[in-house]
Design a protein around this ligand. Structure first.
Ligand SMILES: Nc1nc2c(c(=O)[nH]1)N[C@H]1C(S)=C(S)[C@@H](COP(=O)(O)O)O[C@H]1N2
Ligand SMILES: [Mo]
Length: 332
């Protein structure tokens, strides 16, 4: 982000363009067949069994299945991105600044035991072991677009529950106006913590009403499995109407505060990355336009036809009213 001088696409190869098929869709088709009673017929051939083995476990991680969400806007019907793209082309600066680095380096991240501390202006602060946090509410599947500030996007089936479920349980005090997410910064397992790329730990934040919005997802899994390390295991936030960097990975503290928290990218370059960071095609990044995006998996590499970026990443009907009266050009 900060250290690149040109827009996404000029610096990186595009692994998606050589990935032949959509593993996740394959698995869903298989599950539909099974639900329809075709299991016997399907499983009678070795080829089908192989397909099942491949597609039922896209990353061969522990299963984490969620019921399809009924939250408005939570289930886009756009084509889901390839699991391989979603797990090998991403940003997790603690493990390096290249899109291929997190998948290469995040194997060192230790996700058990893991504790998330809920603190600050709440009536019921506490420490949650990750297993208890996973069980706190029913897991849902949400299919969200993810729009990176660098100009690429994907569509990912996440598994988790609305952050609001946790917030209601801990009972924020009246003066709690913001929620701050503090993520792990462990120099022993994260090779770039200690580099000066960012001010560690990576911190993000939301206004209370944004944090309470049902689309804000406390996320434990994707593609029917637990999160791979490089995607923010064991718990991250996903805020679909904001640029990707608002969705903090590998959270260790959720803090309720009165003042707007200082956030990692805002501290690094305040003129480029504001606190709100709502996807807004009408506000250019100081070094490039945000009017269009490259959907990873569309094919065509660097010369792929770009799509028009939608206001609030397409979630305007659900979240637009949160910002009524706020100047979105100033509050970018
Ligand atoms: N802790 C931490 N969280 C982070 C980042 C990071 O570097 N460190 N990168 C952000 C950015 S820029 C993006 S686009 C998304 C990427 O999420 P994904 O890997 O699941 O696609 O994670 C966000 N969360
Ligand atoms: Mo990003």
């Amino acid at each position: 982000m900060l250290i690149k001088n040109r827009q996404d696409g000029f610096n990186h190869p595009v692994p998606s363009d050589i990935t032949p098929r959509d593993v996740y869709e394959g698995r869903r088709d298989m599950l539909k067949l099974l639900a329809g009673g075709a299991a016997g017929a399907v499983l009678s051939s070795w080829a089908a069994r192989d397909a099942m083995a491949q597609t039922a476990a896209p990353g061969k991680l522990a299963a984490l299945v969620g019921a399809k969400s009924s939250v408005a806007g939570a289930m886009t019907t756009e084509k889901v991105s390839d699991y391989k793209d979603a797990t090998t082309y991403n940003n997790y600066y603690e493990f390096g600044t290249d899109k291929a680095d997190p998948a290469k380096n995040a194997g060192t991240l230790k996700t058990r035991p893991w504790t998330v501390e809920v603190e600050g202006l709440v009536k019921k602060p506490g420490k949650y072991g990750i297993e208890d946090l996973i069980k706190l509410s029913a897991q849902e599947e949400r299919i969200y677009r993810l729009r990176c500030v660098e100009g690429w996007s994907m569509v990912i089936p996440w598994v988790g529950y609305s952050l609001a479920e946790l917030i209601k349980k801990v009972e924020p005090q009246g003066n709690a106006k913001f929620v701050e997410f503090v993520t792990l910064a462990d120099p022993k397992t994260m090779p770039f913590v200690g580099s000066r790329v960012l001010d560690w730990p990576y911190v993000e934040g939301l206004r209370m009403d944004e944090a309470m919005h049902p689309l804000t997802l406390l996320t434990f899994g994707m593609y029917g499995e637990v999160l791979p390390n490089q995607n923010g295991a064991p718990v991250r936030i996903v805020v679909p109407w904001k640029y990707g960097f608002k969705s903090a990975k590998s959270i260790v503290k959720i803090r309720f505060v009165e003042k707007e928290p200082g956030t990692a990218w805002n501290k690094a370059a305040a003129n480029e990355y504001g606190f709100y960071s709502n996807v807004n095609p009408n506000v250019d990044h100081p070094r490039w336009s945000q009017a269009t995006e490259r959907r990873i998996g569309d094919g065509g590499g660097l010369f792929a036809k770009r799509r028009k970026t939608e206001m609030f990443n397409g979630y305007e009907a659900q979240v637009g009213q949160l910002y009524a009266g706020l100047d979105l050009k100033k509050n970018y």
